[in-house]
Design a protein around this ligand. Structure first.
Ligand code: HGY
Ligand code: MN
Ligand code: MN
Length: 433
């Protein structure tokens, strides 16, 4: 029979969660070992979703989870889960992040949340702290935007956010996402049908990936919300001509229309309130002596203010339409991602705040400018995030680095937060987004 969880962090019979000792050298060794699973022909520790390095890195991770005494499984959406049984209370206390990286990315983005979660599970066990709820440490499948223009594949899959149309998307070689999942050993149908039950609570530890904590000289961030993200692929189709013979006033240059859009996005995003980026551009045929007939621009707009994103999105599309029509160039638009800003759950925020303060750390509240699996999990349960500083605010690059003392603080606060979340009363039904 399931035991009834006792409520309140004031319960005195359990060891003090805030004093749990974490082994930061073990976390650093794990980070270094996982970093060795990288794509040999790519810079740094690149480990893109579905590639061999990603697959073999997860085999290593599964073994590491098993060594820690966790039961290891992969769910229908391809999330790797290490679980420890609790005392039978309904719903799990869940933590995790991702082990895939962007091309040329660093060793910490996502990875700290998975390996830090693993260390928290080990540290709690070593301290003799059992939970009422099952504890799960998750490596979500494919958090970074992939060759199909989609991010958070695994966390979308288990929260109803992955669709049949997503599975039918094709990469540049014409391979569908469904095929990629199949090749990775997952049945595409289960990737969209295997919805998780609502967790008791979810928390993700992550590097900040920006400069706010460092500039404020703080070690722990309590995330207030995750920015809204709008991603769209804009394709211009012009006319291919000889670059030496066709006069300038007779051209239908797709790349020049794309250039106008790129600069429009930069200009529209000035002034604070949000950010706009055109980080991927393709031009065809890509020859110096040919007027380009095709250009693709991936536009991304982010803000914690939903109105800001909508306004800039509409203005950017108006600029693209105007440039295309003036140049006699065709235009098509494919919306890849349209996520509203996601507030973090107040109870989870309070648990993180209390865990940090009990450890003698004054946390800072801040919004996340980066996308995270937490946004997806917030659809099905109360969720929150812990940030630790990134050196010089750098991320998605080889210079990405977090001080070991900050890693130790982050994992310690994570472990204590998991205990505090375990002791929360059951969530109110329907409270999730
Ligand atoms: O792109 C992002 O915001 C995240 O790092 N995946
Ligand atoms: Mn990232
Ligand atoms: Mn990440």
């Amino acid at each position: 029979m399931a035991t009834t969880p006792q409520s309140g962090p004031e319960r005195t019979s359990a060891p003090a969660p805030d004093a749990v000792a974490v082994d930061v050298e073990r976390v650093r060794a794990d980070i270094a070992e996982l970093a060795a699973y990288c794509e040999p022909d790519e810079p740094g520790s690149t480990r893109r979703v579905f590639r061999d390095a990603h697959r073999s890195g997860r085999v290593w991770l599964a073994a590491r989870m098993a060594e820690a005494g966790l039961e290891v499984e992969t769910d229908g959406a391809g999330n790797l889960i290490g679980s420890r049984k609790g005392r039978g209370a309904p719903g799990a206390v869940v933590t995790g992040s991702h082990t895939d990286t962007v091309r040329g990315g660093g060793r910490y983005d996502g990875i700290l949340g998975v390996l830090g979660g693993l260390e928290a599970a080990r540290a709690l066990a070593a301290a003799g702290i059992g939970l009422d709820h099952d504890l799960q440490v998750v490596d979500f499948l494919g958090e970074e935007p992939n060759d199909w223009g989609l991010s958070c594949v695994g966390s979308r899959g288990v929260t109803g956010g992955l669709t049949r149309a997503d599975l039918d998307r094709t990469d540049a070689q014409g391979r569908t996402l469904a095929q990629a999942l199949t090749d990775f050993g997952r049945a595409p149908e289960t990737a969209i049908s295997g919805r998780w039950p609502s967790p008791h609570a979810f928390v993700e530890l992550h590097i900040e990936q920006g400069p706010v904590l460092e500039l404020a000289d703080r070690v722990i961030g309590v995330v207030t919300g995750i920015v809204g993200v709008h991603r769209v692929l804009v394709e211009f189709s012009g006319r291919r001509d000889h670059a030496g013979t066709l006069p300038m006033d007779q051209r239908h240059d797709a790349a020049c229309a794309a250039a106008e859009l790129i600069l429009a996005v930069e200009s529209l995003a000035q002034g604070g309130g949000g950010v706009g980026t055109t980080g991927r551009v393709e031009v065809e045929p890509g020859a110096m002596n040919v007027v380009p007939d095709r250009a693709r621009v991936w536009v991304e707009l982010r803000s914690i203010d939903p109105g800001w994103v909508v306004e800039r999105r509409d203005a950017a599309l108006a600029a693209a339409t105007e440039a295309a029509s003036r140049r006699g160039v065709g235009l098509s638009v494919d919306v890849l991602c349209d996520e509203a800003p996601t507030p973090m759950d107040p109870q989870v925020r309070d648990a993180i705040d209390a865990a940090a303060r009990a450890a003698g750390i004054e946390p800072l509240e801040l919004a996340s400018g980066a996308e995270h699996d937490t946004r997806q999990i917030a659809r099905i349960g109360r969720s929150g995030m812990i940030f630790v500083p990134s050196l010089d605010g750098r991320s998605h690059c080889l210079e990405e680095w977090t001080d070991p003392a900050h890693i130790a603080a982050g994992v310690r606060v994570l472990a204590a937060t998991l205990v505090r979340l375990d002791r929360l009363p059951p969530p109110t039904p329907g409270a999730a987004r």
